[in-house]
Design a protein around this ligand. Sequence first.
Ligand code: URA
Length: 258
Amino acid sequence: MAEKMRLDRLLSECGLGTRSEVKTYIKKGRVTVNGAAVKDNGLKVDLSDDVVTLNGRQVVYEKFRYFMLNKPQGCVSATRDGLSATVLDLLEGEITRDLFPVGRLDKDTEGFLLITNDGRLGHELLSPRKHVDKHYIACVSKPLSPDQLAEFREGVDIGDEKPTMSAGIRLIESGSEVELYTEMAEVAGISAEDFQAIYEVTLQEGRYHQVKRMFEVFGSKVEYLKRISMGEVVLDDSLEPGEYRKLTEEEVEALRRG
Ligand code: URA
């Protein structure tokens, strides 16, 4: 069935102005539907068929929007917070009313955060049953022994009802990677002297403080944590902490495939 929306709502949902601003544009004859100027704010527009323009430029409605944010330290992964800035505050100029972050990164964790209004995809990406890999870089105070690494991979009792699911862990050894992540940690205010090893950790679930709690079991403290990818989608390395961009269609498809 054709999906329809009021003309004034469509224009404001596309970020072209507040509801009252777009009503003024409509009144002034600056909006056309299928080539004819329209003065009725409440006209129901068919979202797949009707061609709407404002000031001669076609208006393209996107039902779902997807952003990749390089979350900086210091802001919270929530839509609202009484005290701290939220990740939505970083999406300046976007209509954020229906957007939410997919899962939480701790206030002091950086990196890939998907922000969307697609509740279904968000739910699927977080469901442990869907087995979507999330990759993290963790700079830790103490390296793990071979036995501890094996235990980490198998699943760790972190005090929850069930041990964690099996996880991936790889020591970062190559000089260029060590240099890259050490520099990222230093930019975030963590001195290279504060950590002794850097690991890439892969989880398919997202329990509260999970990476930190898994290392804690082995007496190792996570000093710096950054999520670098979700599923097949990797954080764009041109994004500085605090910057974001829209996902490409290919990236959205890759997330849908899981
Ligand atoms: N694990 C943590 O400990 N913190 C995060 O922010 C994400 C995963």
